[in-house]
Write a protein that binds this ligand. Sequence first.
Ligand SMILES: Nc1ncnc2c1ncn2[C@@H]1O[C@H](COP(=O)(O)OP(=O)(O)OP(=O)(O)O)[C@@H](O)[C@H]1O
Ligand SMILES: [Mg+2]
Length: 395
Amino acid sequence: MALEKMTTKTTFPYPIKRIGIIGGGQLGKMSAIAAKQMGFYVTVLDELAQCPASQIADAQIIGSLYDAEKILALANVSDVLTYEIEHIDTQTLKSLHNEGYSIYPSPAVLAIIQDKLLQKQVLHQNGVPVPAYQVLKELTAETFNNLKFPIVQKARTGGYDGKGVVVLKSPADIDKALSTPSMFEEFIEFQKELAIIIARTQTGEMAAYPVVEMVFDDKTNICDIVAAPAKIDAATTEKARKIALHAIEVLDAVGIFGVEMFLTNDGEILVNEIAPRPHNSGHYTIEACITSQYEQLIRVISGLPLGITNLLKPAAMLNLLGEPGYTGKPVIEGLSEALAIPGLSFHFYDKAKTRPFRKMGHITILDDNLDNALAKLELVKGILKIKGTEKKDTA
Ligand SMILES: Nc1ncnc2c1ncn2[C@@H]1O[C@H](COP(=O)(O)OP(=O)(O)OP(=O)(O)O)[C@@H](O)[C@H]1O
Ligand SMILES: [Mg+2]
């Protein structure tokens, strides 16, 4: 009797849900892996037939992320839609949402996040600490000269991996200024860049992953290493956690969010930006947490309960970027030597082509001691390289 009751309570119709993912890059691939583990049916939309997620998904629609017809086609074979990138056609998603399609995070939230200025305004107006920002009505020598240098200029839309962000040191840098619609932001002297993955369900329940530290490569300005947990005191951790949770609540957002923050020299926490999707700084959750950010996303969009988010063991993650000087089909160098390192997990996105500094894969190292994990990671940096079948002179 008891058993029967339990069965009815936990039985879920199969296929559980058909999930449509807009964008088939590495974040889409890892989300698809989590979805497939639980038996979901996954379709991805991407213009590349050989995109990373296509290796995992049950089906792919080949097309642009801005093609309204293709997005509609994806919606029609899915019970719920999500996306792994914010540069997509929000207008089409809005009309689908109005027609009753399930899309998480909502197109309204996406529209706010997509525009760095609007995002900052909404956060600021709702009491989330952000760097001071301003917009120039017109970019002229005079308006530019009046800015307080150094200053950071950001394209309002379309930026990623540091593209669309420039640091301007003095009025002489006017030639380097972006001419696209942009905002100017106070240059923050920070001790560290922190990040935290936040999950928020359709009923408003929230979970926070550990606060981690992002380390950026000087040359490329791409987040190179993530250390979990961040080496900061408990009070700062708690402050960062509270601010990140508040930011997601303010947006009334449902899904998985990467909240990037600055820990300033004065010990202040400022929100830099929010990603409305699984985030590079949360790759480590695959090995270091019981429920990864990817599984959490699938749970949230399907209306299933949240999994737990605590850290099982300290972890260090290294992005494997395409080695400068190479293009063509990727060639992995040093894999055996790297995999001999205890606690190391290797992820390869299987992109058809490499190019300098392209995100090709990552490794995560778990160790009882974070410093040991980071030392092993430095070792891997010298061993594991993603080269290519074609040599390119310019890096
Ligand atoms: N106000 C600021 N003061 C100092 N440095 C900044 C500021 N804003 C951004 N940066 C630096 O530039 C990097 C990229 O900025 P931002 O995160 O806004 O751009 P992005 O292109 O969306 O980045 P990504 O895709 O890598 O997250 C930040 O991680 C930080 O290192
Ligand atoms: Mg960023």
